[in-house]
Design a protein around this ligand. Structure first.
Ligand code: FMN
Length: 467
């Protein structure tokens, strides 16, 4: 049987997310990101297309590497202005029944204690449809605005994130026993205090002695999303993540990456398919090949190369404005997204090194992922090839214009894939975790959070000890 393909929508609470300049396109609606109806209509559309989820990215700083200041980012609306993704989740949940809602929050954004409660609240309000994209950040401007001189060094950001997650797992998984809430009207006991446990966490970065203040939600821990692709990022992802988001310019690079991820999951004692891997991609399609090509050309007329270089400079941690467009990317060192740099260094199968101009053109639609263009038949063929050749589970679909790109996918691509029997026609029941894996609502037994699951009264003295 042919492999099944999964879709996820990649978005952000801002204008023209990863397609700089395309906010100028007459059909693009992304300037309406401030309206609730814009999000709820999009969510309903995605649910009609049986997308696994909407994944809402976030950054808490501006892309100011390019030319050494934020002017170009601000001019092009390159992810600034940007609103909070978390506040969209309840509204999207109210408008849909099945769609997963993946929100991004950085481990440097806020203390884990209030964050734990916020996600528990959302997991209740969405009936267990929350995913959390754990990001460690790559913009020095974000760290500076949070009172630090600069962000931590790349690998230390992940050490900090390890402890952030440890605190959260203890709160979400360990603090409340399943039968703690008894709501007994006769005795007047709502919650049995002997079944609610302080987590006693004392670590390098955080001290959290007390109990989780939220009642256990359907999934307890949200579905953990992650997108790190450096060696340290992959270690973190394969220890924790259930959905791993990658960006690879070619099938060859993706294949290697997916293999590394599956091996990493196994090395961490997990099933190699216990995380779904989604690769970033943008689809430009229409009724015919010719119309799809014409659409792409039209999008290119609105796209901004400078806006693309603003993003690429931020992701690579390098001022690409300081280079000549014909300069090769070379051996750039980065304290930002290390994988972004290495991918571009190996992108061309013929061995030709990419120049700054190549990178600018590559990123003008859909960020770091490739653009597939063509009729439904051609795009479906290509999607099947990507999945069969690389062992990836599905696609994280960015947009050129919104909701136009997603409308085209639901109108043309989804029916074609369903006709081929490789795409779902309906959702599995239950929580997001159960829809993805069909193995219940809670984290599986082979997940590291398991070791924080049972904090019993007599263990409390040891609750803060490393597990
Ligand atoms: C598809 C995708 C989505 C991402 N979304 C975000 C995001 O919303 N916010 C963020 O700060 N980083 C985001 N990142 C960056 C990663 O979380 C991670 O910080 C980055 O890949 C650097 O890790 P690495 O050096 O281990 O590759 C994203 C990366 C990818 C590939």
């Amino acid at each position: 049987m042919s492999r099944q393909i999964r879709f996820n929508a990649f978005d952000m609470n801002c204008v023209a997310h990863q397609s700089p300049g395309l906010w100028r396109h007459p059909e693009d609606q992304s300037h309406r990101y401030k309206e609730l109806g814009y999000w709820t209509d999009l969510a309903k559309l995605l649910e009609r297309g049986t997308f696994d989820g909407i994944f809402i990215a976030d950054v808490l700083g501006i892309y100011d590497a390019y030319n050494g200041n934020g002017d170009a980012a601000i001019r092009h609306a390159a992810q600034v202005p940007v609103s909070d993704p978390i506040l969209l989740a309840s509204a999207i949940a109210g408008a849909t029944e099945h769609l997963g809602i993946g929100i991004t929050a950085g481990t440097g954004f806020e203390h884990p204690f209030p964050f734990a409660r916020r996600l528990t609240t959302l997991d209740h309000l969405t009936n267990g449809r929350i995913g959390w994209n754990v990001v460690t950040g790559y913009l020095p401007s974000a760290a500076q605005n949070m009172g630090q001189l600069d962000q931590l060094q790349h690998d230390e950001r992940y050490d900090h994130a390890d402890e952030y997650l440890e605190v959260l797992y203890k709160l979400w998984e360990g603090s409340w026993e399943d039968d703690a809430v008894i709501r007994d009207r006769q005795s007047g006991v709502f919650t049995d205090p002997s079944k609610v446990h302080p987590i006693g966490h004392h670590g390098k970065y955080f001290d959290v002695p007390g109990i989780h203040v939220g009642e256990p939600s359907p999934q307890r821990s949200p579905v953990i999303y992650q997108a790190g692709a450096s060696p340290r990022g992959l270690k973190f992802a394969t220890e924790n993540a259930e959905a791993i988001f990658v960006a690879a310019p070619t099938k060859a690079i993706l294949k290697k990456l997916v293999r590394t991820i599956r091996e990493g999951l196994v090395a961490n004692g997990r099933d190699p398919y216990s995380a779904k891997v989604y690769t970033l991609l943008t689809i430009v399609t229409d009724e015919t090949e010719a119309k799809a090509q014409a659409k792409l050309e039209e999008y290119h007329r609105y796209a901004s190369i400078e806006g693309s270089l603003v993003f690429m400079s931020g992701w690579m941690g390098v001022d690409l404005g300081a280079y000549d467009p014909s300069d090769p990317v070379g051996d750039v060192q980065s304290n930002a997204i290390i994988s972004a740099v290495s991918n571009f260094q190996q992108a061309d199968p013929s061995g030709k090194e990419w120049t700054v101009e190549d990178i600018g053109k590559w990123g003008r639609i859909g960020g770091m992922g490739p653009v597939l263009v063509g009729s439904a038949e051609r795009v479906a063929d290509e999607l099947q090839e990507w999945v069969e050749e690389t062992d990836v589970d599905g696609f994280n679909l960015a947009y050129a214009i919104t909701p136009g790109t997603f409308e085209d996918i639901v109108e043309f691509i989804v029916p074609e894939l369903r006709r081929r029997g490789v795409y779902p026609s309906e959702y599995a029941p239950g929580t997001l975790r159960n829809k993805l894996f069909g193995r219940g609502d809670r984290l599986p037994a082979d997940h590291p959070a398991q070791r924080h699951r049972y904090i019993r009264a007599d263990d409390e003295a040891h609750a803060g000890a490393p597990a």
